[in-house]
Design a binder for this molecule. Structure first.
Ligand SMILES: Nc1ncnc2c1ncn2[C@@H]1O[C@H](COP(=O)(O)OP(=O)(O)OP(=O)(O)O)[C@@H](O)[C@H]1O
Ligand SMILES: [Mg+2]
Length: 442
């Protein structure tokens, strides 16, 4: 395959990748800009011309499947580059000796990262996820004379660490370029249609998703879509953690009653009922308690939830069910403006933890979880935007997400009994939450 053909398929905006030397090449923009493809093609091409050690890096890489390995393999196949040999964990050029290696930065410490000292080009994909800590370890490691760091990213927030450190005020050794789908001559029609639909329906989302602008300040999302998507992949086959059920009860309009089943780091399923009356929801819940023997059922006490609680309490389930009032004082009052913000923050922490978590792959759940913006009250405590605002954006009530966050109302221990906590208790609430988070025992 003639190298000219590869060059011809690299959009003009990416030409400096091949023709110019910069310590840092920083490309950012929205979906479909062609960043990943252009980086992959340019690196494959460069690796055919001279021997290079190329490190493909991202913040988290649980398996090579998370990396750009697949994309590089596809591009090798597309161009029939028979001089590349694809191995299980690396890609090699048989003629020049170029090697592509793949690593997650979060797992690297000063010792492990030494293997990157001979790198000629480091490609950081999804630069928006790179922490300052990872960057501070990486930057001095890529130390070979003439080495380059290529970064591709879709900006998330105004102060994404790499944006602030490198691109906001670039020095003379840094090339910063913005590329969007309309700069990509190979952008599929389907993507252009999706972008246009978004532009008409939700201009703010369009600016962020398609034109690569950060989320408006003060409107940062509590939960990022990519974290939820990561939790979609199947990782767990069994767990002995106690079953906790979150029950979000229909209030008015089109709302649904939703049961969410979670065991430790595995959110297993949802059961959705079309709006029902107090007694039939209580009956249904009783059936679930009998069949599944949950350690706790946390139910939304607002609306008719109080009635459901009363019925179940009268029927002898007082030990298992807990009524949660979203608007009431948080357990960690100094940090959260109310119970709702606290539960959502705990759910976000659960999704963001380093240990693997799993939830059912459900796009409805994803849009509900990722719709909620952070806000703070005058005391600097997390508040979240109101449920009415969320409903307006979603066009419905986030019933599944609320059932899910209810499973984080209080920590439940393996013995199935909540421990005493608070000022009169044995351990401070802060410590209790930290202990549970650190042990991954949500
Ligand atoms: N050189 C190319 N040849 C053929 N198709 C291409 C090429 N470059 C880009 N594309 C098409 O454009 C799409 C978007 O490109 P790419 O995935 O590289 O964008 P991106 O900027 O990395 O954005 P994101 O991954 O966030 O969507 C690809 O899925 C592919 O269909
Ligand atoms: Mg990409």
């Amino acid at each position: 395959m003639n190298n000219q053909i590869i060059i011809a398929r690299i959009p003009q905006a990416f030409a400096p990748l091949l023709t110019e030397h910069h310590r840092i090449k920083f490309y950012y923009g929205g979906r479909g800009g062609g960043k990943s493809y252009a980086f992959a093609d340019s690196l494959l091409l460069k690796g055919r011309m001279q021997k290079l050690l190329i490190a493909c890096l991202r913040e988290v890489q649980d398996s090579i499947k998370d990396s750009v390995y697949r994309l590089l393999c596809d591009r090798i196949a597309f161009y029939s580059l028979n001089d590349y040999r694809i191995q299980e964990s690396k890609i090699e050029n048989k003629i020049t000796g170029t090697q592509f290696i793949f690593k997650g930065l979060r797992d690297q410490d000063i010792q492990k990262i030494k293997s990157l000292e001979g790198v000629d080009i480091a490609w950081i994909e999804e630069g928006q996820s790179i922490s300052k800590k990872s960057w501070d370890i990486l930057a001095p490691t890529i130390r070979k004379d003439g080495s380059e760091i290529w970064i591709s990213m879709n900006r998330e927030e105004e102060n994404d660490p790499l944006w602030v450190l490198l691109a906001a005020n670039p020095d003379e050794r840094t090339l910063v370029r913005q590329v969007n789908y309309n700069d990509n001559p190979f952008c599929p029609e389907e993507l252009k249609l999706q972008a246009e639909k978004c532009r008409l329906k939700n201009p703010d989302d369009y600016l962020h998703i398609w034109l690569g602008q950060p989320l408006a300040q003060g409107a940062a999302k509590l939960i990022a879509p990519k974290i939820v998507r990561q939790a979609f992949t199947v990782k767990m086959a069994a767990t002995d953690s106690p079953l906790i059920i979150g029950l979000d009860i229909a209030r008015f309009g089109d709302d649904y009653t939703v049961f969410c089943f979670r065991r430790g780091r595995w959110c297993q399923k949802f059961i959705t009922l079309k709006k029902q009356d107090v007694v039939s929801i209580a009956d249904y819940c009783q059936g679930i308690i009998t069949d599944y023997a949950p350690a706790r059922v946390f139910l939304d006490a607002g609306g008719i939830g109080g009635g459901v609680y009363d019925i179940l309490a009268a029927r002898g389930f007082r030990d298992i069910i807990r009524a949660v009032n979203f608007g009431s004082k948080a357990i960690m009052e100094e940090r959260y403006a109310n119970r709702r913000a606290e539960m959502w923050a705990n759910a976000a922490a659960w999704l963001n933890q380093e240990l693997p978590v799993q939830i059912p792959p459900d796009e409805e759940l994803l849009s509900e979880l990722c719709c909620v913006n952070k806000k703070y009250d005058t005391r600097g405590r997390l508040l979240l935007e109101s449920k009415d605002e969320v409903k307006k954006k979603l066009g419905r009530s986030p019933d599944k997400a609320d059932a899910f966050v209810l499973t984080f109302a209080e920590p439940v221990y393996d013995c199935g009994r909540t421990r005493t906590f608070g000022k009169s208790g044995q351990i401070a609430i802060e410590d209790m939450f930290a202990e549970i988070r650190d042990n991954g025992k949500w």
